[in-house]
Design a protein around this ligand. Sequence first.
Ligand SMILES: Cc1cc2nc3c(=O)[nH]c(=O)nc-3n(C[C@H](O)[C@H](O)[C@H](O)COP(=O)(O)O)c2cc1C
Length: 191
Amino acid sequence: MDAIDALMTRRSYSRGSLLQPAPNRAELAQILQTAMTVPDHGNLKPWRFVVIQGQGMKDLEGLLRSIYDGEVENEEYFQRFIEEIINTPMMICVYSSINQDTRVSVLDQQLAGAAACEHILLAAHAMGFGGIWHSQETDDALRQMLQMGEEDQVLGVISLGTPKRTSLAKRKSFVDYTFEWNQEDGLQPWK
Ligand SMILES: Cc1cc2nc3c(=O)[nH]c(=O)nc-3n(C[C@H](O)[C@H](O)[C@H](O)COP(=O)(O)O)c2cc1C
């Protein structure tokens, strides 16, 4: 698949629609190496990748139960939520690893990490896999589990696997989101 095709055809797949196989170790190494190529102010590589699959995925059940302990109102719904997660073929948790000894802003460092998330999704897609990016609150349990620093934030939890069926959901046109600017005319809609 060429690069433009990969960009144009990537879609998100719900966790429940991602089946085995997940990328194997060599494929995953290639995917993660593409994430190391993102634009990165100061070349700080201010992110970490934590791969969870197999036993790690099963172990998440206990962790999720401890995080939501006492907050679960509907056990049946919660059990379905847990099962959807632990049946996901693979997850890559991407968190920011903020470098304090730099003039590069925390935002720039987080944006570079977000670009890494997108590279993971795109590379996986180009190799025939599907994925989805989920946001995840960075609570204390997660911080401890992933040995994250105080300033670090989870930027995305990327689920990967093989999609049940290919999605080609329609895209909006860039035209409605794009303007041209010059001093005399100010902002003008793209024509
Ligand atoms: C920062 C970020 C966080 C996201 N978090 C969630 C999420 O928590 N739950 C979810 O279903 N999708 C999440 N998504 C995925 C979007 O829902 C998805 O990209 C969007 O529906 C567009 O679909 P597409 O990727 O196929 O274009 C997230 C995407 C981004 C960029």
